[in-house]
Ligand binder design. Structure first.
Ligand code: ADP
Ligand code: MG
Length: 277
């Protein structure tokens, strides 16, 4: 078996790479695939926190590289899903503790045993980024609909294009607020795709449930009726080749949706969907 190695990257920090890695990983595992998450954000590990596994870590990526343990010993099994495990980042300050060749070799070993190897990338375009992409043949570029994040995503896409081993990369737009898009206070997903001329793999709405779920160490895909959770489940299905329509994120939600419904009943055309009756 040869699994797929996918790096989750962004350029700008804080746009949701780690949240995305934890949730796509969990969703893929829930759908029956075997998944290993590799945290390469050395010094700033938090993928373990998002999965609620921080107390179970004995060995890290750096221990594997420095041969203090075998690769299998360093894999921490998820509490709920036996298909999912984590290779944690070390808390060391030395960000160059793992070289690109070393990570590539680890990814090669992992893809023998797992359907998916997901690599959570550190921010920036420096050494850490180059190391993180070294074993991957696919990438997911995470951005928010803000100019600074989109600009950084553009630089990352340039670097991914230049790397021969990367066969495909897709865009994930995170923290979209439909109500702000409608009032022209936020770039739309279409605008972001146009600027980056990149295929879309997912649109994740802003969801305050993510804060609670992060604090509890429970990925949002495990929370029922969560908009972001459902959007991440859809991303996982698309990764596996299913055709899943994108959620109509431009549909008004909450009070705006209520007003829209009332207007429809009285035959007034909706401002958000002027073409629809
Ligand atoms: P990165 O790994 O790119 O630095 P994180 O995944 O750590 O980013 O996310 C940064 C912050 O944004 C976290 O506090 C996270 O909870 C929050 N966040 C990410 N995605 C969303 C979302 N869709 N809705 C609300 N908050 C989010
Ligand atoms: Mg992160």
């Amino acid at each position: 078996m040869t699994g797929r190695v996918i790096v989750i990257t962004s350029g700008k920090g804080g746009v949701g790479k780690t949240t995305t890695s934890a949730n796509i990983g969990t969703a893929l595992a829930k759908s029956g695939s075997s998944v290993v998450l590799v945290d390469t954000d050395i010094g700033l590990r938090n993928l373990d926190l998002l999965l609620g596994l921080e107390n179970r870590i004995v060995y890290t990526l750096v221990d594997v590289v420095e041969e203090r343990c075998k690769l299998k010993q360093a894999l921490v099994k998820d509490k709920k899903n036996p298909n999912l495990c984590l290779l944690a980042a070390a808390q060391t300050r030395d960000k160059s503790a793992v070289s690109a060749e070393q990570l590539k070799s680890i990814c090669e070993q992992l893809q023998e045993d797992y359907d998916f190897v997901l690599v959570d990338c550190p921010a920036g375009i420096e050494e850490g980024f180059k190391t993180a992409i070294s074993g991957a043949t696919e990438a997911i570029v995470v951005t928010t609909p803000e100019m600074s994040a989109v600009r950084d995503a553009d630089r990352i896409i340039g670097l991914l294009e230049a790397k021969e081993e990367i066969k495909s990369y897709k865009l994930l737009v995170n923290r979209v607020r439909p109500n702000m898009v409608q009032t022209n206070d936020m770039m739309s997903v279409e605008d972001v795709c146009d600027i980056l001329s990149c295929d879309l793999i997912g649109v994740i709405p802003e969801d305050t449930g993510i804060i609670t779920s992060t604090n509890r160490g429970e990925p949002i895909v495990n929370v029922e009726d969560s908009p972001a959770g459902q959007a991440y489940i859809n991303v996982a299905r698309r990764i596996k080749g299913e055709e899943v329509p994108f959620m109509d994120i431009n549909q008004p939600t909450g009070f705006a949706a209520f007003i829209d419904k009332i207007k429809k009943i009285f035959g007034v055309k909706s401002k958000a969907n002027p073409d629809k009756e």
